[in-house]
Design a protein around this ligand. Structure first.
Ligand code: HEM
Length: 383
């Protein structure tokens, strides 16, 4: 979806996302699935807590997000936290986002396109091919079931899409469905888990912010109690922590590339028709002209402020803005608060041996998604 020009297929896919997948009603109806996945995440942390072992936070968050998406789409479990399937899937998705974020010589010298000098297209085709194979198989199985039984008892996204295809309320075919799944996994899993990893890293490096987050959770939810999505509104400090994480570590630092449809003037510059336009959200988040002490992690700056991440305040647009704003925003936000709030409210956390807040490696690995170059390993401690 992200690479399609404005066209009927694009509009149809957006319509499906906005009206059938990410509505408040749908998300409220399947929040029990997320609750179950959070319990699994906490059980995994508990196991490691007993063993005194560190957790790869990004990987654990990725598995949780992946499992949640997989369940909502296909009504089956994909992976537990130590499974090879989850790891393989993460490699595929990271492969896609890394390759998509690399500057491609062929964009500047179209004559090279066929030669694919950096091998980007070859590797992308391999990653996409593998994912499509898995989805194709799941769609086949479901279509067979529907043929045998007339309908199925699943009320998941796959059923919703097959119904739309059958009743032709929006024009889509099987190929669209398959590629929409790639979009949802490629756009949703890495971004969400990477943000969670950065939020945990920043909190562990800023003990005062961590203790304020914990105090708010304790007073509002009760120490160790599970968090519900309906609690989020009562947790302003946690919300500020997530916004501050988005400001410093936007998962999609350059949004998705745009193309000027006509010659346009912006701030005195001429943007010629067909020029590719990249919006540097990462730089906006660290602009001294906008933010005081831009490099410090200070969630307090958002307390009592109206700034949100829904594309209305251009100083903070981690999900983009306008017609192309991330359609998964409502789900991403719920997942993030739930994972972060639960991990903080259920455990104390400490760094692995030898790592402190002063020597923590904050380097970023640049791709379409801005991941932490060195994974955060943290040890859960019983509270
Ligand atoms: C922290 C989590 C996430 C962040 C920061 C994020 C950010 C973004 C951004 C910046 C864009 C491009 C918007 C633009 O260029 O204006 C985008 C597009 C998109 N996102 Fe997300 N996203 C997240 C989670 C999700 C989730 C959970 C899903 C779905 C399961 C999702 C699905 C998509 C899709 C399908 C697009 C392409 C939309 C289009 O081109 O019309 N995202 N996202």
């Amino acid at each position: 979806m992200g690479w399609l020009p404005l066209s009927t297929p694009r509009t149809n896919l957006r319509k499906i996302c906005n009206s059938h997948i990410f509505t408040t009603q749908k998300l409220d109806a399947n929040q029990h699935l997320r609750r179950k996945r959070i319990q699994q995440l906490l059980a995994y942390a508990q196991e490691n807590c007993r063993a005194g072992k560190a957790i790869d936070i990004g990987q654990a968050a990725f598995n949780t997000t992946l499992n949640f998406l997989w369940n909502t789409i296909f009504s089956v479990d994909l992976a537990d936290h130590s499974s090879d399937t989850a790891r393989e899937f993460r490699d595929m998705i990271s492969g896609i986002t890394e390759e998509a974020g690399k500057p491609n010589l062929s964009d500047n010298f179209p004559v090279l396109k066929k030669l694919d000098p950096q091998g980007i297209r070859r590797r992308m085709t391999k990653h996409f091919g593998k994912m499509l194979e898995v989805f194709d198989c799941l769609i086949d199985q479901r279509m067979k079931l529907r043929q045998e039984h007339g309908s199925t008892e699943y009320k998941d996204i796959l059923d919703t899409l097959l119904n739309i295809m059958d009743d032709k309320s929006v024009e889509i075919d099987r190929n669209y469905i398959n590629h929409l799944f790639i979009d949802l996994f490629a756009a949703g899993a890495d971004t969400t888990s990477s943000t969670l990893e950065w939020a945990m890293t920043e909190l562990l490096c800023n003990p005062e912010a961590l203790s304020k987050t914990r105090m708010e959770l304790e007073q509002t939810i009760g120490k160790g109690n599970p968090i519900d999505e309906s609690d989020i509104i009562r947790l302003p400090y946690l919300q500020a922590v997530v916004k501050e994480t988005f400001r410093l570590h936007p998962a999609a630092p350059l949004l998705l590339p745009r193309k000027a449809s006509t010659n346009t003037q912006v701030a005195g510059y001429t943007i010629p028709k067909d020029a590719q336009v990249l919006v540097n959200v990462w730089a906006i988040g660290r602009d001294e002209g906008i933010w005081e002490n831009p490099c410090s992690f200070m969630p307090e700056r958002f307390l009592g402020s109206d700034i949100d991440v829904k594309g209305r305040n251009f100083e903070l647009i981690p999900f983009g803005a306008g017609r192309r704003i991330c359609p998964g925003l409502p789900l991403a936000i719920r997942m993030l608060y739930l994972m972060l709030g639960s991990l903080i409210n259920s455990f104390d956390w400490k760094f692995e041996d030898g790592i402190t807040q002063h020597n923590m490696d904050m380097e970023e690995k640049f791709g379409l998604t801005l991941n932490k170059a060195q994974p955060l390993h943290a040890i859960p401690i019983a509270i």
